[in-house]
Design a protein around this ligand. Structure first.
Ligand SMILES: C[S@@+](CC[C@H](N)C(=O)[O-])C[C@H]1O[C@@H](n2cnc3c(N)ncnc32)[C@H](O)[C@@H]1O
Length: 230
């Protein structure tokens, strides 16, 4: 992924785009599904330390607040973090929720905790190619000890050949339009590839739940649990 592509992606979350990020999303069925699923998992698992990467505006900060967890949010966009910080102040969560602004593609940052109980990565992996997805998963693996909650849009492994072709056609047309508008292109991944990759790092998929079903692709929230070999 070249610098130009990284910058296009970064620019999508600055200024007025950060300001309007929540209001545009909160009316969608996908957002409602995400909130409900994340709430269920956090209330069941009760993680004490959560890594949210990239955290954006922390759309589900209310869930973090009611769970009592300490949360560390990482994101490149100062404007997205600013939106999240305002919620922190409104909810008096200054001693529970912390942020670091940085570029996930650089290795020059260190998170304060190496043993987060849960790492979340939602609405990010479809903006980066599979090779870089592996780097992000490696980072999440380094810092998370028990659970990963990962959002990703995929062509489901059980899709028929015809539906796979249709999905690829829609993705292609969508990306042509995105390139014309100079916005970031979308990568729809092969779910088996990242599942197999996480397996090599001792993560097992416990469950996946649908948040959106569109044009022969499906967005899932995947819950992975770490099973140490030794
Ligand atoms: C679609 S938003 C998702 C935010 C949040 N996880 C959510 O679900 O609302 C993508 C986020 O990735 C962040 N981002 C983009 N490029 C990044 C990079 N190189 N390093 C860290 N964060 C990045 C953006 O600033 C933005 O907040």
């Amino acid at each position: 992924m070249d610098d130009n592509k990284k910058n296009i992606l970064k620019n999508q979350y600055e200024g007025s785009k950060a300001l309007n990020y929540d209001s545009i999303r909160k009316v969608s069925d996908r957002h409602i599904a995400e909130i409900s699923i994340i709430k269920d998992y956090i209330m069941q698992i009760k993680p004490k330390y959560i890594l949210d990467c990239p955290c954006g505006t922390m759309r589900w900060i209310d869930i973090y607040a009611s769970s009592g967890a300490s949360v560390f949010g990482f994101d490149i966009s100062k404007d997205m973090i600013e939106q999240a910080r305002m919620k922190v102040t409104e909810n008096k969560l200054e001693n529970k929720i912390f942020f670091l602004q940085g570029d996930i593609f650089n290795n020059n940052f260190v998170f304060p905790e190496v043993n987060f109980d849960m790492g979340l990565c939602v609405r990010f992996l479809n903006w980066i190619p599979m090779k870089i997805v592996f780097n992000v998963l490696t980072l999440l693996n380094k810092y998370s000890k028990s659970y990963l909650l990962i959002g990703c849009t995929v062509i489901p492994s059980n899709s028929s050949l015809l539906n796979r072709i249709k999905a690829k056609y829609y993705i292609f047309i969508d990306n042509i339009n995105r390139i014309k508008k100079k916005s970031a292109i979308r990568y729809v991944h092969n779910e088996k590839k990242f599942e197999i990759f996480l397996k090599t790092l001792d993560w097992t998929m416990v469950e996946k739940k649908i948040t959106m079903n569109k044009q022969y692709t499906v967005n899932y929230l995947y819950l992975f649990k770490k099973y140490n070999r030794f």
